[in-house]
Structure formats: C-alpha cells, structure tokens
Design a binder for this molecule. Sequence first.
Ligand code: PLP
Length: 449
Amino acid sequence: DLLDQMGEDEVRALDRAHVFHSWSAQGLIDPLPIARAEGSYFWDYAGKRYLDFSSQLVNVNIGYNHPKVVAAIQEQAGRLATIQPSFANDARSEAARLITEVAPDGLSAVFFTNGGAEANENALRMARLHTGRHKVLATYRSYHGATAGSITMTGDPRRWPSEPGYPGVVHFWGPYTYRSAFHAESDEQERDRALQHLRDTVMVEGAHTIAAIILETVVGTNGILVPPDGYLQGVRDLCDEHGIILIADEVMAGFGRCGEWFAVDHWGVRPDLITFAKGVNSGYVPLGGVVISDEIRATFDQRAFPGGLTYSGHPLACASAVASINAFREEGIIENARRLGTDVIGPRLREIAAKHPSVGDVRGLGVFWALELVRDRETREPLVPYNAGGEAAAPMAAFAAACKQRGLWPFTHFNRTHVVPPCTTTPAEAEEGLAVLDEALSVADEFTV
Ligand code: PLP
C-alpha cells in the first residue's frame, strides 16, 4: 500500500516539512524514522535493530505488535469502530469491569479519557466537587501531563513556561533519600521527615481548603523515586484524618511497570482515585482514565459529573485494553516484570554500579529502574546539572549515543538513565541490554572527577 512504498527519505522530508513535534524547537530536531517493531525491539529503515529499554515513553508494557492486542483492534474496527460515550458499548463495559477487577477493593467505576493528562485533570475535578474544597497538594519532582491543570500540578521544569497556571496548586517535597530535602540519612528518617513536612504543609495551608493530595505512587520520569515503606500509608492516614482525597497517579507506574497491577498494591494502600493510561493497553490506541472510589462515585449518583470527552471509552481503545489485560493474565506478564526486577535487573544493576564511578545510586522495582549518574560519588554532584540542555548535557548525550550505537535504546532524563523495558522482556533480552549499558557507562566514567 501507499505507506509501504514511502521510503526513509520521504518519511523524514515530510516530517520535517509538516509535523510539529512535542517539547521541541522544530528546527533543531531530526526524528529517526522507524520502520517496524516486534516484541522488545524496533528497527530503523537501514535495518538497524534497537532493543528498547525505554518502552517508548514508558508505555509499551506488553511489547510491540502483541498478536492478541492487534487482533482485538482489528476485530473491533470491523464491528464498530466508534460510538459516542452516552451509549453503552460491550468493549467499554468489559474494559471497565476488568480494570476495576484488578484495582484495589472499593474502587468500582472508571471514567475513560484519551490519556494521562486528561485523567489527572478529571480526577482533580472530581476531588474538588466531592469535597467542596479547592486546593490540591502535588509534589516537586513529578510529571502529571501537559494540559492546564496537570501541567500546574507537575513539579518539574515543564511547568515553568505555563506559569502561573491554574489556581490552588501547592507543591511539597516527597521522599527521595539519595537527595533528601530533609537531610535524612536513612529511608526511615526520610519517610518520617517527609510525612512531618506534608503534615506541616497541610496545617499551614488549612486542611479545610485542601481537596486532594496527588502523587505518583512511584515517581517516574523525575527519577524512579520509590517511596520508603510506610510513606504512602502515612499519606493515606493524613488524608483520612482531614477528609482529603488521595489521588494516585499511576499513569507510568501502573499496569505491570512495578511488577503489580497497580503500584499501590506493593504497599497495600487504597487511594480514592487512581489515574492510569500508558500500560493499560500499551498505547496501541490512545487510552487513559480514572478509577473511582465508591464514595466519590456516590457524589455523582444524583448530580451530574460536569466533564466529558467525545472519545471517552472509545471502542478501539477499550477493545485493546480488554485484550491486553487478558493477555497479561494468560501470559503471567505481571509476574515476569516482578521477577525481572528481583532476579535480573536489580542484581545486575548493582554489579554494574559497583564497577563504574559514574553511578551514584541504583533504585527501582519491577521493570522500573534508574541509575543516577554523578561526577563525584562522594559529593553526589550530578553528571549534568538539573535541567541541563545543549552543551551542559553533553556527557549524558555521549552516554546515550554509545548505547544507541550498540543497538540499545535508552531512556535518559537529566543525569539519569532509566531501565524501563517492556514487561514482556525476557531475561536473556534484559541481560543483553544490561551488558550494553555496562559498556556505555565507560563513556560516562570519563566525565567523573
Ligand atoms: N502522569 C505521569 C506519571 C506520566 O508519566 C505521564 C506521561 O508521561 C502523564 C501523567 C501524562 O500522560 P499523557 O502524556 O498520556 O497525557
């Protein structure tokens, strides 16, 4: 067909002529044309193969071209390609049933969106209307999406150009033992001090003004920050004490990434709202949503929920989610992700870290890991400064280029490289990629003191 006939040069030329890319200076980028993908790999037009340690934007949890998911989309397209949200639809009904089945008890309804930002936007709206309060507390070092409310809740530099943004958003520090905002020297200290800091923030903001606390259960792009045991339960207790809604943003951490259906399952904590996207169907068709507690659902039983989207619960997206969740179950994909973390990625990264002076910290779980790269292990000075771009980011660019040259596609952010392959990655593939990382880190070592 027509697309099959388009060569690499034409793809690139048309892209440069007409496609306006996310987060980019349009004249300074040269996007790599991708020809095809399968399992844990994708290929460029020259036939070069890349093992994907990024899962694209940490969303292809089931790997590329999963036959069951592709077939479900094809079948649904042939039957009913679209239907607006106020009708009932079998694919949507079943997707909602399955998502609530894998969610913690007491969350029994799903509001579907097209992605993560819209999910957080609507979760915030629900929390405000449910509580009748207006503020939301969100963490520094977070990403919640690029729409008005979600970018304001975001605690990283992507928020800056949109400031002052949406009213009523207050930022606080979450736990991050390696670069503690509380001068903590252990995870337990970090947990206790981060909780005291949040308690103080609630006190001075006025609990009666706070609708919600939103946090990424495990912080993703901003560093794979795994909360110390007890932190999330502490936040839950604080929310209960003050009638504050707890929103867990599981857009990146959910659906297998942490070796659980939802990252909160790792600690047995029940949020009031869970936002999801990415791994729910690995982005084969855009899909996100909010899983809603019985209490919040009841608020909108006799009163209209004032929000909606033309494509909420799109049949192609929902059919792909159904197929994906079923495949996760049939193929033990959650368990695979968990075992990759405990048996392969975690141990091997610790070995690698011991060899390379550029590695300051290793952290993660499941298929959600970070290596934090430093100039100096003693002072923990980052290999490149916070938010560095251009020349200042050259050491990270050199490291990433060394990975790509060897056929590994890394996920780098600031001074970190994240190890975030699909949940379906085999142990042998993981070993293959980790061996490349090991080699490429020699490039980062050259920038250490
Ligand atoms: N929340 C988290 C934790 C994310 O990682 C992302 C995307 O990276 C989003 C929200 C936004 O999702 P989307 O890009 O689908 O709007």
